[in-house]
Write a protein that binds this ligand. Sequence first.
Ligand code: SF4
Ligand code: SF4
Length: 107
Amino acid sequence: MKTLRYNRDKVIKTSKEMFPPEKCERCGRCCIIHAYKTEDGLKLIYCEHFDPETKLCKVYEDRYKYNCLTILEAILAHVFPKDCPFVRNIENYEEPNFYKYLREKEE
Ligand code: SF4
Ligand code: SF4
């Protein structure tokens, strides 16, 4: 299997230009790092840097030091829910399955 190598600093700059962070609607869903079903319903585990009160990142300005993905990388890794503004117009985008269960829980 081939490994894709790239300059991360350049990717960060390119991603910021392609996908202005201001478009984020601050729902916090892409900061969920694990989700699983239990007898009591869907259990969500958020990134340790996520503040559930504000739904904001506590290390936002330094997030790439903590290996947070750029928006470009997150799109390629299919991290976002399909209604996120960064992917909602991408016809072939497929979201992770758990977002469907999260929507059902919120209805
Ligand atoms: S899923 Fe999209 S809108 Fe929600 S916090 Fe993440 S980037 Fe912002
Ligand atoms: S570092 Fe911040 S933006 Fe990145 S996943 Fe964690 S809480 Fe979310």
